[in-house]
Design a protein around this ligand. Structure first.
Ligand code: UD1
Length: 419
């Protein structure tokens, strides 16, 4: 078992280079199985979720090579449409393979992804949309058995909620469907735009990405291309928060400022100064953060749910009381209990959390509860006096490439210990 051992209260200063976005890399790897030839994805982060996608692609018969942050996917050996349960369980978001596998091979057998650490994670919107496109989906004993007769048929799909995963599955399925598909109330996240730009480079005809209505004119086939994954906006937010909780100053390189602009008002309200130029961002934090009045998570371009735990770690040491309202996931405050072990004062009531800032946290043993909750513990550890140890690191490895090395390089006292 590995753990992170850290001593907090050290001001961070220096430069961190941001990796490619996890939430882009996953649907892009799924899309790669549809594109004939060898797809090259650059800037793919080294994460366990990416490895889980690579394992699924290899199981399906694709040849996958990885050199650093570059992944090559050759789909010419595609020979099966079944994803075994153990591969599906590796990663909840593996449901994004459904649209790609079924539209490419005419069938797919996947196990039902079930719940996750953020509460129940239904896929009703995915299934209903794919059925509207003509996919026959049977749900039996935890399995989804899907068939497509001929090609899927484009249609108008209104989404009751702008689900990121459902929008991705529709895009993948509709890209090679017959006729035109219109997604109404589509998710507008930058990762959706990245997927559309990849699919278009492969020959798809998609317009409206980044807007509420996306139109997909189906094409017969997709051809492999070379694509660079966009920077990870949540990793960017994490290092911004790391500077913030330590009263530090960090330059973040390789970022896309427009994707994190929605976070700037919160950092500024808490007393930080943010300056951007091209693909760099400089954040400078005050000695003591101020409270943020309220943070309400919303679909993009609203405040991202994935950054809620990060800002909560900042609020724990801010001057005053901050209020959080989580509107996307039902059970996204598990980290609150662990933050309280470090001396944070938090009250959770349903979708609302109230955080009363304290001058300093105190180090303690804590356990990651989920990916972003784990990152919040690292941030809290940076702001805590004495030693903090963090276990259950598999959650962190899903979304952060060598976070301890990046933080140590800018002045944090943090190391990973293998036991
Ligand atoms: C993606 C991101 C995740 C982020 C989330 C919201 C990936 C791999 N993950 O997850 O990091 O936190 O967007 O920005 O990109 N819902 C339904 N029925 C459905 C689908 C979703 O009720 O069929 C609900 C979910 O339970 C949740 C909400 O809609 O409450 C948001 O889900 P969705 O936007 O689909 O998130 P994911 O794609 O799972």
């Amino acid at each position: 078992m590995s753990k992170i051992v850290m001593e907090g209260c050290r001001r961070l200063s220096g430069t961190v280079t941001i990796h490619g976005a996890k939430n882009s890399a996953l649907p892009l790897l799924s899309a790669a199985l549809m594109a004939d030839g060898v797809t090259e994805l650059q800037n793919c982060p080294g994460l366990s979720d990416v490895e889980a996608c690579v394992a699924i692609l290899r199981h399906l018969g694709c040849r996958v090579e990885r050199e650093g942050h570059r992944i090559l996917v050759d789909n010419s050996g595609l020979c099966t449409s079944d994803v075994p349960d153990e591969l599906m369980r590796e990663m909840r978001s593996s449901i994004v393979f459904l649209g790609a596998i079924a539209s490419k091979t005419g069938r797919a057998v996947l196990s039902f992804p079930g719940g996750c650490e953020l509460g129940p994670r239904p896929i009703d919107l995915h299934l209903s949309a794919l059925r509207q496109l003509g996919m026959v989906i049977e749900e039996e004993r935890g399995k989804l058995r899907c068939r497509v007769r001929g090609r899927l048929k484009g249609c108008q799909i209104p989404l009751a909620f702008p689900s990121v995963g459902a929008t991705e599955n529709i895009l993948l399925a509709a890209a090679t469907a017959e006729g035109t598909t219109t997604i109404l109330n589509a998710a507008r996240e930058p990762e959706i735009q990245d997927l559309c730009s990849f699919l278009n480079s492969c020959g798809a005809k998609i317009t409206g990405a980044g807007e509420g209505t996306i139109t997909v004119q189906g094409v017969e086939r997709l051809t492999a291309c070379c694509h660079r994954v966009i920077p990870d906006r949540i990793e960017t937010a994490t290092y911004m928060a790391a500077a913030a909780v330590t009263g530090g100053s960090l330059v973040l390189k390789g970022v896309e400022p427009s994707h994190v602009a929605t976070l700037f008002p919160v950092f500024e309200e808490m007393g930080c100064n943010v300056a951007v130029w091209q693909n760099e961002l400089l954040i400078t934090a005050p000695t003591r953060l101020r409270r943020v009045k309220s943070v309400r998570t919303m679909p993009y371009p609203g405040f991202p749910t994935d950054a809620q735990a990060l800002i909560m770690a900042m609020a724990c040491v801010a001057d005053g009381t901050s209020v959080f309202i989580e509107n996307i996931f039902e059970n996204r405050y598990k980290h609150a209990g662990e933050l309280m072990r470090l001396g944070a004062k938090i009250k959770v009531e349903g979708r609302v959390a109230v955080v009363e800032g304290v001058p300093v946290l105190s180090g303690a043993p804590v356990e990651c509860t989920d990916l972003r909750g784990g990152a919040a513990l690292v941030l809290a550890g940076l702001a805590a006096e004495g030693e903090t140890t963090i276990t259950a690191l598999h959650h962190l490895e899903r979304g952060y490439e060598s976070i301890e090395d990046s933080l140590a390089a800018v002045g944090a006292q943090i190391r990973r210990v293998e036991e």
